[in-house]
Design a binder for this molecule. Structure first.
Ligand SMILES: *[C@@H]1O[C@H](CO)[C@@H](O)[C@H](O)[C@H]1NC(C)=O
Ligand SMILES: *[C@@H]1O[C@H](CO)[C@@H](O)[C@H](O)[C@H]1NC(C)=O
Length: 318
């Protein structure tokens, strides 16, 4: 009975979410490229991160040389486009070469043979429900704004005086600028559309937290219980201590909610306790990925080893 009720609530929430996201708002496909030259190894590393709206959908780096999807979100796109990831990987490999070349050009331009140097490129496109399109490309060098692309005039805007050298060189290459404009307005939008056609799956992605409580002794004879919630999505989570079932805020410390490299989040909270109260505290966690709130208490090591984590990992909604 309660299950059915929860189920229909979820459906209503889902419909609402889709409505909100496909309403008047914009959708975006964004790429974050970072190229770092390491003077010690005399090589550059390249990392690409791909986002649709606020969802982390793919990752590529110069060691792996392939696009690694966040499977639950682009699995369906891949089913319908069998070469989707191969094509994406090929594009990423070409971009890696280009970005490394740009970084090398800059270093030579400024005679920088020492120190760490970074070249960052953020580009992407946006699409509104009324099918208005926007596109952008920004470049940063050594952590500062450097150049940004103006699609209408097909020129680059320099953010610093040194960047003007590169601006003049790039402005002169009209063919390349035309290509970038058409990439942003057409190719990028096509890829974005592909992701949005499977938007339902992306928008409903839920990953429940794994929750563990550990115990630390303290020099003052007190103890600290630490509750860690790991691997959850979306970011919103409600974690509190309960003592004998009542909300307990005293002596509680909280870590922030921090992203993991796979797009999920982790967080922690601790509470200072008297050793004899160890079993009276529970870490109470509420999250969209959990069918119902979790209450996890500290357990003596060895008692439920092995099955511990599995026991508290609820199945994902998808
Ligand atoms: C690429 O990712 C792999 C796996 O996460 C990692 O081992 C490697 O160090 C990464 N390489 C770079 C250049 O970040
Ligand atoms: C670059 O370095 C070379 C050799 O160290 C030096 O002769 C030259 O003046 C430098 N150029 C600039 C623009 O700093």
């Amino acid at each position: 009975m309660t299950h059915l009720w929860r189920g229909s609530l979820l459906l209503v929430a889902a419909a609402f979410l889709l409505e909100g996201c496909f309403g008047s708002s914009w959708h975006s496909l964004r790429y974050f490229y970072t190229t770092i030259w390491d003077p010690v190894r005399d090589v550059s590393d390249f990392i690409a991160v791909i986002y649709v709206d606020d969802l982390f959908v793919g990752y590529y780096n110069s060691t792996m040389k392939r696009v690694v999807p966040q499977v639950s979100r682009i699995r369906k796109v891949e089913e319908d486009n069998p070469h989707f990831l191969d094509r994406y990987t090929n594009l990423a490999m070409l971009d890696e070469l280009r970005q490394k070349m740009h970084l090398k050009d800059q270093r030579h331009l400024y005679n920088q043979s020492r120190g760490l140097h970074t070249w960052q490129c953020t580009f992407g496109c946006e699409l509104s429900q009324d099918r208005y399109k926007r596109g952008f490309s920004h470049i940063g060098y050594n952590g500062e704004d450097y150049l940004s692309f103006d699609k209408e005039t097909l020129t680059w805007t320099a953010a610093t005086v040194p960047a003007q050298v590169t601006k003049r060189k790039w402005d002169a290459n009209l063919a390349r600028n035309r290509y970038i404009k058409s990439y942003l307005e057409e190719v990028c939008i096509e890829w974005l559309q592909k992701f949005l056609d499977y938007g339902e799956e992306s928008l409903l992605w839920r990953e429940p937290p794994t929750v563990r409580v550990t115990l630390k002794a303290s020099y003052d004879g007190l103890e600290t219980l630490v509750c860690r919630a790991h691997g959850f999505y979306p970011k919103e989570i409600d974690a509190t201590w309960r003592k004998d079932g009542e909300v307990w805020e005293q002596e509680t410390f909280r870590g922030g909610v921090v992203p993991n490299s796979d797009g999920t989040y982790h967080t922690w909270l601790s509470v200072k306790i008297h050793p004899e109260d160890r079993f009276r505290y529970q870490c109470h966690v509420e999250h969209d990925g959990l069918p119902e709130p979790l209450d996890v208490a500290w357990e003596e090591p060895g008692k439920r080893r092995g099955s511990y984590q599995a026991a508290h990992k609820a199945p994902s909604n998808l």
